[in-house]
Design a protein around this ligand. Structure first.
Ligand SMILES: O=C(O)CCC(=O)C(=O)O
Length: 285
């Protein structure tokens, strides 16, 4: 089977608990068509309430101990560390420090739909992220394309599952997407603390800017293509808005730049090598 990668180009991928449903969820034909047409789809039901509670508690524990865990994570956003009252709490590598977050990356309720959206036989874990907005917090996530941060891996055959741990509304700063922007080519990488609209000055001339907010309930997710522009506004509500973000890729993705480890703590991999090893496990099937 050929994978659906950037701009739906085909690329060779080398071959074709608790309240767990018997079979992992599958995207319907309509959802798959929406993903291909718009570059995102959602809401998708992923976790029932008692599993959401477990992940939410794990995230709260990591945030409460961020100072001691900082060195074991891949990254804690520098701007958040400097200005936590202004910048969204964002870190990578939670799976390295909490068993519940580690189990989550292998959970077929998350991985099956990601493999399906990418059209790959085998799915590999790239990394995880947490975005946490406290109540009444001014932090935004500026419009960006995920792959602009991932160009040290190739081809662009990556997908993102944003699993919400709290109900996320327009008021609390749910994620917004720009339909069709996954076909606009790769735009520049922006700093995490850039103003929300910074990318607007850098869009192709004929770009149709019509963002769509996607409110979701806790335990639901949105799924987006690596080139889809997305971002989120501040949390104007009285409750938290936390998300665990799971980033996956086709098992055939390789290192484009092996000059240093792809992520802090990961083993050096030479340019051209598969992105593989214990840091990047196969997660599906
Ligand atoms: O949760 C957010 O506001 C932003 C999430 C994000 O950038 C992503 O899911 O890739």
């Amino acid at each position: 089977m050929a994978a659906r990668c950037f701009q739906n180009h085909r690329c060779d991928d080398g071959g074709d608990a608790s309240d767990l449903p018997m079979m992992p969820p599958q995207l319907s034909a309509d959802q798959l068509a929406a993903f291909e047409r718009d570059g995102f789809v959602g809401p998708i039901d992923v976790l029932p309430p008692r599993d959401v509670e477990r992940v939410r508690a794990a995230v709260a524990e990591v945030i409460a101990n961020l100072e001691t865990l900082r060195d074991r994570l891949y990254e804690v956003e520098h701007a958040f560390t400097e200005r936590p009252g202004e910048v969204v709490c964002h870190f990578l590598g939670g799976f390295r420090v909490h068993p519940v977050l580690r189990d989550l990356i292998f959970d077929p309720r998350a991985t099956a739909v990601c493999a399906q959206a990418l059209g790959v036989e085998q799915l590999r874990f790239w990394h995880d992220q947490v975005f946490a907005k406290p109540p009444r917090h001014p932090g935004v996530v500026p419009w960006h394309q995920d792959y602009s941060y991932w160009t040290r891996t190739t081809p662009a055959c990556h997908v993102t599952l944003n699993l919400m741990l709290d109900d996320a509304s327009v008021q609390s700063g749910c994620v917004q997407f720009v339909p069709g922007s996954h076909r606009w080519g790769l735009l520049p990488k922006l700093p995490f603390d850039a103003p929300l609209e910074t990318i607007r000055a850098l869009l192709p001339k004929d770009a149709q800017w019509a963002p769509v907010p996607v409110p979701v309930r806790a335990g639901q997710a949105t799924l987006h293509h690596s080139h889809t522009l997305h971002g989120s506004e501040q949390n104007r509500s009285d409750h938290w808005r936390r998300a665990v973000v799971l980033n996956y890729m086709g098992a055939h993705v390789r290192v484009a730049d092996g000059s240093s480890p792809l992520l802090r703590h990961t083993k050096m991999l030479p340019s051209g090598a598969l992105v593989e090893g214990e840091d990047f496990p196969l997660v599906w099937p």
